[in-house]
Design a protein around this ligand. Sequence first.
Ligand SMILES: [Fe+2]
Length: 260
Amino acid sequence: MAWKWPWQPSSGALVDFGQWKWDVHSHLVPGVDDGAATMEDALDMLRGMEALGYTGMVVTPHVMSDLYPNTPGTLQPAFDAFQSEAKASGIQVELKLAAEYMMDPHLLELLRKGPILDFPCTSIPDGKPHRLVLMEFGFHQAPPKDLVKEAMFVAQTQGYTPLLAHCERYPYLHKDEELLTLWRERGGWMSVNAASLAGAYGPETREMAARCMKRGWVSFVCSDAHGMRHVQALGTLTSSRTLAKWAESDAPQHLGLGAH
Ligand SMILES: [Fe+2]
């Protein structure tokens, strides 16, 4: 069956996704985590992102010691197969393999001994190169503050910049933002999910995403695409005033992956 993209840009579109070129958080590598289950699903999602204007995607499979004990060794062959299928299907979007690391003692060990799947970013506006490592917290319980401090410190001494995944999606941070303040003060970057801004996780999460964006805390708005629903969530945001205002600010970071 021919693939059909369900989204059409409206004449009142305020946001052009093509301006960011790269999406930096997604689960498209088939069969390695709770993202795309099949190659066909992954290619469909990639076509959807291409239709939105993206020219590159950093794919970030979960690394969790218990649920998804992925390593570069398990991920690289699956990524290579995905990349060659995408090319063979005529999709132009560039792909880069990184990972989304759960903040736990296993991450600390990986940061100390390697290997880590990071991705490069040239900071705007100062032009400084960064090697970003995407990290997430558990949804139900805040990670110990000392663990966060230690992981950030070790990451930074190894030359990495920690990037927090979906800073708006942790309910325990909605009323007590101390951990976010700590993250920022210690040089961590933050990202939000497009689906949060589209209201997929309820009004409180949407408000938290908007609040962090308005404060200039957010470097990336990401698809965190596990399925087509997340690609479609991006498509609904073309008339988002919050996203349009954020796009005009100097908070968004654009990847210059080709330059590294
Ligand atoms: Fe994710």
